[in-house]
Design a protein. Structure first.
Length: 392
């Protein structure tokens, strides 16, 4: 009798599970830019380029900038700064670039170890990489890394939100992203959006391996899924180029033996499955990269260090065939030194294209400032010289 009852319960449970699988909503596809908005980003406008600094020296070191467009075509940038990376005085700072005056305000401290400790009820040893995006609710969602014990391999990701264009912020909450004590999840790349109103965070792990993942969040900011991108001990900081509603190219920072190249892989089912990781032909010293799909043309834009050993340049490359080949377009910073100096580097770029088509590049400049460069597609693609073509 008991066996029949257990069999009936098991059969019923299986039928319910099958019904849920058959009737569940299909997974979200990639949310592509609106075509009408894309048309506003003119590809034939006169070339523009100028640069300035988003930070003004309120801390000895700064690193890892991220930025988002506000109302009025203004830009709000975030980074971490302090005495040095990992120091107890490191905080998350912010500043606003005003489009009418083309000037930055004065940076201010937004998040500290103490405020994160109070919000999350956890001891916080240090803070790290911030990443910002529009959430599914159109609020500004700011993610950042914190460490309670150990080094960066012991990181967790926190989320704070603003619903008044960055004037006020919610208390930070710690995302639950890993079953292993919820440790070793870091963030660097631009988040991606799906048609089912979910958000994908390109994240990476450093404990007992170095590999990339996508963590999916719902409209409430809760973790609902996780997709593995890579395996092993050599891939970090994934970025995602969405090329259609179902296809995308992922690129990652390589942490392994020479030759040092940017890693690539692809998907044709909106990120549910990914191809094996391959080395591209793009050289890189194992440093942070960032990418952007331009709204006006669908052209892919990549910012990276174009050198196998050092971070002594900041280079822009484009692809017109979804990443199969790349053209080196501009070297916007270069400082080749006879003896490399880590204090004289350019690193950790971030790219943003605003509604008017303008492209903003921010990166760490000599560890002391956040450099800001403003340009458009016409400047990017103008023929100063014949571009260098590199196959993927």
């Amino acid at each position: 009798m008991i066996n029949k009852l257990l069999f009936s319960v098991g059969l019923l449970s299986l039928l319910v599970l099958l019904w849920q699988i058959v009737n569940q909503a299909p997974p979200g596809r990639f949310l592509m830019p609106d075509k009408e908005k894309m048309a506003k980003a003119s590809h034939s406008a006169p070339p523009i380029f100028y640069s300035d600094f988003a930070s003004h020296g309120s801390t000895h070191e700064v690193h890892s900038a991220t930025a988002i467009e506000l109302d009025g075509n203004n830009i709000m940038a975030f980074w971490y700064g302090g005495t040095r990376e990992g120091h107890k005085d490191v905080s998350i700072y912010s500043n606003i670039w005003h489009s009418k005056t083309r000037k930055w305000g004065q940076e201010s401290r937004l998040i500290s170890r103490q405020s994160t400790k109070e919000s999350t009820a956890r001891y916080i040893r240090k803070l790290g990489n911030p990443v910002v995006t529009r959430g599914p609710d159109n609020g500004i969602w700011l993610f950042y890394v914190s460490v309670s014990v150990g080094g960066w391999a012991g990181s967790s990701i926190n989320l704070t939100r603003s619903y008044d264009e960055g004037k006020t912020w919610s208390e930070s909450k710690r995302l639950i992203t890993s079953p292993f004590l919820n440790l070793s999840t870091l963030i660097k790349g631009t988040p991606i959006h799906y048609s089912d109103n979910t958000l994908g965070l390109p994240v990476y792990h450093e404990f007992l391996g170095k590999f990339g993942e996508i963590v999916k969040l719902n409209e409430s900011g809760e973790v609902i899924d996780k997709i593995r991108l890579s395996w092993g001990k050599t891939s970090l900081q994934p970025i995602i180029f969405m090329t259609s509603a179902d296809t995308a190219l992922a690129m990652m920072r390589y942490h392994g033996k020479p030759p040092r190249r940017i890693l690539t892989q692809s998907t044709n089912n909106a990120g549910l499955n990914w191809s094996s990781v391959q080395k591209s032909s793009l050289v890189n010293p194992g440093a942070g990269i960032i990418g952007l799909t331009l709204k006006n043309s669908g052209q892919l834009l990549l910012a990276f260090n174009n050198d196998e050993q050092e971070r002594e340049d900041m280079t822009l490359a484009t692809s017109d065939d979804n990443g199969q080949t790349w053209e080196i377009r501009k070297t916007v910073e270069e400082n080749r030194l006879p003896v490399p100096d880590k204090s004289q580097q350019f690193s950790y770029p971030w790219l943003l294209q605003t509604r008017d088509g303008t492209i903003h590049l921010l990166f760490t400049w000599h560890r002391s400032h956040i450099k800001h460069m403003i340009f458009n597609a016409s400047w990017l693609n103008q023929d100063d010289s014949l571009p260098e073509v590199i196959s993927r």
